[in-house]
Every structure is written in C-alpha cells, then in structure tokens.
Design a protein around this ligand. Structure first.
Ligand code: SF4
Length: 56
C-alpha cells in the first residue's frame, strides 16, 4: 500500500516538502510517489491544492 498522485496533479510541488521519507519526486507531467518508500503516513494529502493525493 502507498499513497498515489492522480492525473489531477498540476505539478505545483506543494506536496514534496511535506513527505518525511522523501518519497515524492517531480515527474513529467505530474509528481509521483515511490511506493517502495512511502509509509502511508498521509502527511502529504492535505498539502495538495487540487486533492490529487489519495490512499491507493
Ligand atoms: Fe510521503 Fe506519507 Fe505521502 Fe507516503 S503518505 S508520500 S510517506 S507524506
């Protein structure tokens, strides 16, 4: 289990700094969460202005 970033992502980057384990990286065209690193803590969810992050 990991959190995922949907196609709603506008690549603003707001979530990246909120992740305590550095699982979020910039991608093209959207940011992505490395499922091997994500601990499912949920810290990033509220940082997204377009609600693109959810539990898988
Ligand atoms: Fe990082 Fe937690 Fe979001 Fe996973 S759920 S990407 S560990 S902030």
């Amino acid at each position: 289990m990991a959190h995922v970033i949907s196609d709603e992502c506008i690549a603003c980057g707001a979530c990246q700094a909120t992740c305590p384990v550095d699982a979020i990286s910039e991608g093209d065209p959207k940011y992505s969460i490395d499922p091997a690193v994500c601990t499912d803590c949920g810290a990033c969810v509220d940082s997204c202005p377009v609600d693109a992050i959810s539990a898988e």
